[in-house]
Write a protein that binds this ligand. Structure first.
Ligand code: SF4
Length: 393
């Protein structure tokens, strides 16, 4: 039974190729632990220890916690932990971790804001009745405050989430669905992020509709992943933290075998194609056919080598392939049949979109009757759009 976690879904969204290498091909790579992940996991461990002690009615001192953190750092530190940002040393990160713990301690001591129910708790649950879509995750801390359950998540990242992002966050909202299955009285749930590097707490809640929409979105994303055939590499700054660069076609491009077809550019090296393309772009008009042939060859090159970006000497070309369906337009003969099938299948409401332009035309042409027209107009705004055209005298 395939299971998904928030981070697995996020890997696909960030780079489908990495997802394939990591989760489908399960390519074995040398362990890749970034210093950020190392420091984050030790801060999590220290806060877990803190709440374990508090549950046992013992509040540790800050010194004890920092000693614990330093001890774990020394025990676990090993060669090969990657410090990607060259401006900082491992010790800078160690100090950031210490500061996160110190600030948290100062803010929440004596840690009696809520009663801890579970620490590092596994949630594992299906999203649908057929139990096809399974979600797995670990909640840092679950607590109860009166009748309200709180899902706590510790973040040591150097980016502070906005309230808007928290209100749309997927990870903790998914955990809420799991938590509600575990405890039937969990009706009131708060999602709480602790951005430790900023000493800031952010809270958010979800409505039933939000959770239902999330459930559908995640199932849709999983179906997309399971139906995906082209796992393209998506190059971003996150590549610096990727353990699969050695296996990634975007990072170690292979060459196309040989020139074949009528288009003499097909099969040419990607860099040569980009250089030629940049050169011809400056002479547009004279050379459109030539440009079309190079474009075709670039697309062919990108497909064969499974890359999106092709580099030349001084330029690069981004090639994106959008796959989809095209259906008959309004005036084409098959359109009526298409609409009939969609309506009979009860899909019309889902796919039909309100056209504000057509609506405005109906109103302007007086083709909607009195009260309805007034009600619609009340929701809109009368506008005046200027249109100017410049031409030779
Ligand atoms: S190196 Fe970058 S593009 Fe390649 S798999 Fe990793 S994240 Fe994706």
């Amino acid at each position: 039974m395939p299971t998904y976690s928030h981070s697995k879904l996020e890997t696909f969204e960030n780079c489908p190729m990495r997802y394939k290498l990591q989760y489908i091909d399960k390519v074995e790579v040398e362990e890749f632990v970034s210093i950020e992940a190392f420091m984050g996991s030790l801060v999590h461990e220290t806060l877990e220890k803190l709440y374990q002690d508090v549950r046992m009615t013992r509040v540790p001192t800050l010194d004890e916690l920092l000693q614990y953190y330093d001890g774990r750092w020394d025990d676990e530190w090993r060669e090969g932990i990657k410090v990607v940002k060259k401006a900082y040393t491992a010790d800078h990160y160690r100090q950031v971790g210490r500061r996160c713990i110190g600030d948290y301690y100062a803010e929440y001591h004596p840690f009696d804001q809520a009663r801890t129910v579970a620490l590092e708790h596994l949630v594992f649950f299906p999203l649908d009745d057929d139990e096809h879509y399974w979600i797995r995750g670990i909640i840092d801390r679950i607590s109860m405050n009166g009748g309200v359950y709180e899902i706590h998540d510790y973040k040591t990242s150097s980016r502070l989430m906005t309230q808007r992002a928290a209100d749309r966050d997927r990870q903790l909202a998914l955990y809420q669905i799991g938590l509600e299955r575990m405890w039937k009285d969990a009706k009131d749930v708060q999602l709480v992020w602790h951005f430790l590097a900023f000493g800031k707490e952010i809270r958010s809640t979800r409505t039933r509709e939000d959770l239902e929409r999330l459930r559908e979105d995640v199932m849709g994303l999983i179906s997309r992943i399971e139906g995906e055939r082209n796992f393209y590499p998506r190059e971003t700054p996150l590549c610096n933290w990727c353990a699969y660069t050695e296996y990634c076609p975007a990072k170690s491009p292979v060459r196309v075998d040989a020139a074949t077809a009528a288009n003499r550019y097909l099969g040419e090296d990607g860099a040569a194609l980009v250089n030629k393309f940049a050169d011809l772009s400056r002479r547009k008009g004279e050379v459109e056919e030539e440009m079309a042939r190079i474009k075709e060859a670039l697309v062919e090159y990108a497909k064969k080598n499974r890359v999106q970006t092709i580099r030349g000497d001084r330029h690069k070309v981004l090639v994106k392939l959008y796959r989809g369906y095209s259906f008959p337009g309004k005036d084409e003969p098959a359109r009526k049949e298409l609409e009939r099938i969609v309506r009979e299948a009860g899909l019309w409401e889902k796919v039909a979109v309100l056209s504000p332009v057509s609506l405005a035309k109906l109103i302007e042409g007086g083709r909607i009757d009195g009260d309805v027209a007034e009600a619609i107009k009340a929701l809109g705004e009368e506008t005046e759009r200027p249109w100017l055209k410049l031409s030779n005298l």
